[in-house]
Design a protein around this ligand. Sequence first.
Ligand code: C2E
Ligand code: MG
Ligand code: MG
Ligand code: MG
Length: 279
Amino acid sequence: QAQEGGPGSLSFFSAEMNDRATRRLRLHNELHKVLERGELSLHYQAQVDIASRRVIGFEALMRWQHPELGFVSPVEFIPIAEESGVIVDMGAWALREACHQAKAWRDAGHGPLRMAVNLSARQFADDQLLDTVNAALAESGLPPGSLELEITESIAMQGLERTVTMLTALKKLGIALAMDDFGTGYSSLSYLKRFPLDALKVDQSFVRNITTDSGDAAITRAVVAMAHSFDMIVIAEGVETLQHLEFLAGLGCEDAQGYLFSKPLPAADAGAYLSRMAA
Ligand code: C2E
Ligand code: MG
Ligand code: MG
Ligand code: MG
């Protein structure tokens, strides 16, 4: 029997539900205008080589600045964009933008940085993805080896044979591939071996308590061992403390990303961070 908060709670609850539904509908209706209105931007979060502590790349992360609602988190708007399908155009825009930025940093003398871009389920299911990636590389002049695409386990597991085909085709373009949020989904290990991946990204939910929770430490250790036996590197997400970093170094994890080094930053700030770290 539902008797959660006594009298009045039911109407309160439905008002809140209504607010949420209204907001969702509003975001849904306005999402297809973000590109023409210039409300979408990319922030860049540094990825660091743990051994040398050098910045070796960035992950591009979408940001939506709504004129009235303010900042809307990608955790909120990406599922809605996915549902309506506009994520395909938004994702293509992000690919072009990130490739241009990576090329600009390269031209500014920052060396061969890796630029990681997230792919959504709809994008990955779209047969035009190969053309989109090719066009982004060609237009920007970024060498394919500098681009890394991230897919999640849930995307990869949606149609296993097609995933193998698509990843193999992407790999043929010369780009790198990473599995994002690894450990949070349900990867079929027998397929993992058939995916031509370069990196596994250990999800931040494991990294967060890595020094205090022996289970999370054990999972991360197992992910590192498996990645290495498949010739992949490991990128740890959500590295917030020196203790996290030292523990991950001890496990043989190659790269780290997290607030310990930098939050995701607008392009100009990320460029300044890059110059500061190189000095
Ligand atoms: P993700 O790809 O796993 O990205 C990592 C998220 O962790 C980012 O959240 C980042 O800001 C956050 N993060 C990084 N370091 C730390 C840390 O040390 N501590 C904590 N607590 N968090 C940290 P963000 O930017 O809010 O993005 C959330 C998710 O939205 C991403 O997770 C990704 O799944 C999705 N997303 C973002 N941009 C794009 C995009 O361009 N395309 C697609 N398809 N998805 C995107
Ligand atoms: Mg990612
Ligand atoms: Mg991730
Ligand atoms: Mg994550």
